[in-house]
Ligand binder design. Structure first.
Ligand SMILES: [Zn+2]
Length: 68
């Protein structure tokens, strides 16, 4: 098992995170959950602060996460 993410995983995490962020901003909500496209878990996203920083993570086996 490797501890480092490969480039594709990092890119897909950023893409999914940005997608969720723009949808959340459009809906005017600060937290959301969607089914993870990569595994059986749920993707969680929270927006915080004036600049809408996103914290984004999966609770499933793919373990993707991102903070902006
Ligand atoms: Zn996942």
């Amino acid at each position: 098992m490797s501890l480092s993410f490969d480039k594709e995983a990092i890119m897909s995490t950023i893409t999914d995170g940005m997608k969720m962020k723009s949808q959340m901003l459009k809906k005017g909500i600060t937290s959301a959950r969607v089914k993870c496209p990569k595994c059986d878990g749920m993707l969680h996203a929270r927006l915080a602060g004036r600049k809408n920083h996103i914290r984004f993570w999966c609770d499933g086996p793919c373990k993707r996460q991102m903070m902006e």
